[in-house]
Design a protein around this ligand. Structure first.
Ligand SMILES: C[S@@+](CC[C@H](N)C(=O)[O-])C[C@H]1O[C@@H](n2cnc3c(N)ncnc32)[C@H](O)[C@@H]1O
Length: 280
């Protein structure tokens, strides 16, 4: 059985190595130069679901290199970003200097956000690759809820729990099909132990801290956590597109730039987005 503090220490070292690689500019996924030149990093899904953020106070949890924080600041929000990787925060602060935007970045564990960040916010945001690193969704959402103004909104978008259970195989005819390779939920003290020496960015550097600990959470955990935190569920949407190529046979939808299964394949939910509102 694992201890949460050990799991976080393993993941923090792992993410710090990844942040070092991503800070060198990976145009496929972390295009820092494009951002510096004025590029926007939101996908069409969150851009549409969030709408106008101008004038809002916004807290981005697990902000990585801060690309979305810079994007939100350009769209007129007053932004604070938090991440537990010191290397990610260092790059994020440099990006704020490079783009001349007044974004505040805080280093720390997301569970400790209430102690690390003063005040409350109109919008708490987290996206793409957040919850697989979190042992307890209930604690994460309760923490996020504690950061909201009355009437403030929590918005999260991430890979769908169902996608986390699936892997693609090629059958004897050469046709790809999906198989279930993972349980639908992971006990807090029994995370999945991965060894990932290469970052998903495509960089060939082998990281020193390849080990990571991850969790799969059922959708019901999110809904019940919203209820238990005293928030009102505004929407829960499921999507058939994601920003990265999770499975080899996926294709890009030219209309959105997102990846999806092509014609003739079974349709499965690949992402979900959730908005919940704090009572006034
Ligand atoms: C896949 S990235 C998120 C990508 C993000 N959507 C972006 O804008 O680039 C996951 C981030 O979560 C951070 N992270 C993971 N566990 C954390 C924790 N317990 N507390 C704070 N940050 C954490 C990692 O350091 C990493 O930067």
């Amino acid at each position: 059985m694992s201890q949460p503090d050990d799991d976080f220490a393993i993941n923090r070292a792992h993410w710090n190595d990844y942040a070092e690689i991503h800070s060198t500019n990976r145009p496929e996924i972390y295009d820092l130069d494009r951002l510096r030149a004025g590029g926007d990093t939101l996908t069409p899904i969150e851009a549409a679901e969030l709408g106008d953020v101008a004038g809002l106070s916004l807290l981005h949890l697990q902000c990585h290199l801060g690309l979305d924080c810079i994007t939100f600041a350009r769209r007129g929000a007053r932004v604070t970003g938090l991440d537990f990787s010191p290397r990610a925060i260092e790059t994020a602060r440099q990006l704020a200097v490079d783009t001349n935007l007044p974004v505040t970045f805080v280093e720390g564990n997301v569970y400790d956000t209430r102690q690390l960040v003063a005040g409350t916010f109109d919008l708490v945001f987290a996206s793409w690759g957040v919850f697989c690193w979190i042992p307890d969704v209930g604690r994460w959402i309760a923490t996020a809820a504690s950061m909201l103004n009355p009437g403030g909104r929590l918005y999260v978008i991430d890979s769908h729990p169902m996608m986390g259970m699936l892997e693609e195989e090629t059958g004897p005819t050469g046709a790809p099909h999906m198989v279930v390779f993972q349980n639908w939920r992971t006990p807090i003290d029994q995370p999945i132990e991965y060894d990932a020496p290469l970052s998903y960015s495509g960089d060939p550097t082998i990281v020193a801290n390849a080990a990571s600990r991850e969790w799969v959470h059922p959708m019901s955990d999110f809904v019940m956590a919203v209820r238990d935190a005293g928030l009102d569920l505004t929407f829960l949407h499921e999507h058939e597109q994601i920003p990265w190529q999770q499975f080899p046979s996926m294709v890009v939808d030219p209309a959105t730039g997102l990846w999806q299964f092509g014609p003739g394949r079974h349709r499965v939910p690949l992402a979900f987005s959730l908005m919940a509102t704090a009572r006034s």
